[in-house]
Write a protein that binds this ligand. Structure first.
Ligand code: HEM
Length: 182
């Protein structure tokens, strides 16, 4: 009898829910950043940078965990177009989790700003100082974050569709309440 794992491994599940919380916080903090001019701006930025770098590091760890532990298969009766949408949105989420922090870091480097993770920990610049590049990267950071928000909303909608309408075990495979498949 062959046993196929029906749920994500524990590390993948912990990383998934931890990063979901961090990313939603980041989107709110990002919007708070561009809408506040008081001393709160510096305070938000001091959280935004290290949290963004932590998201990048965890995304790399998550990618390694994902490559070492293939996820449970999608239900066999799921229409091909929905399977395609699921795979495409997952690739896009990984790409955005890796790209947005790098663009944020490159943007500050291009603007000549120090990227401080704490009072004493300074990251090296990853882009030469260049005003035009700073402006382009600033826009790219905002647009990619907007794309992340849209992809995240679609992902949440799909999770609820699987959990509440299809009830096919896809959502519980990430919550960790799904039983093993025989
Ligand atoms: C997943 C990670 C990240 C997300 C989701 C994110 C999201 C955002 C969002 C939504 C904004 C507001 C954009 C706008 O409407 O103009 C923003 C602004 C900004 N982000 Fe990020 N960000 C991330 C990582 C980073 C990192 C790693 C850095 C730097 C090391 C960074 C630096 C900045 C800066 C400097 C601003 C502009 C603040 C201002 O204009 O006052 N971000 N970010």
């Amino acid at each position: 009898m062959t046993r196929t794992s029906s749920q994500f491994v524990l590390t993948a599940r912990v990383l998934h829910w931890l990063m979901a919380l961090m990313i939603v916080s980041m989107l709110f903090i990002g919007v708070g950043l561009v809408t506040s001019v008081s001393e709160r701006h510096a305070w938000l930025l001091a959280i935004h940078k290290p949290l963004g770098i932590a998201i990048f590091v965890l995304a790399v760890v998550r990618l390694i965990v994902r490559l070492r532990n293939p996820p449970p298969p999608l239900p066999a009766d799921l229409p091909a177009i929905q399977k395609l949408a699921a795979y495409a949105s997952h690739y896009l989420l990984y790409a955005l989790m890796l790209t947005i922090p790098l663009v944020g870091w490159a943007m500050l480097s291009a603007g000549g700003y120090p990227v401080m993770l704490s009072h004493s920990l300074r990251l090296p610049p990853i882009f030469p100082v260049n005003a035009t590049a700073f402006a382009v990267l600033r826009h790219a950071h905002a647009w990619l974050a907007a794309l992340l928000l849209l992809t995240f909303l679609a992902h949440m909608g799909a999770a609820l569709y699987h959990g509440l309408i299809r009830r096919d075990g896809v959502l519980s495979s990430m919550i960790g309440t799904r039983h093993e498949l025989e």
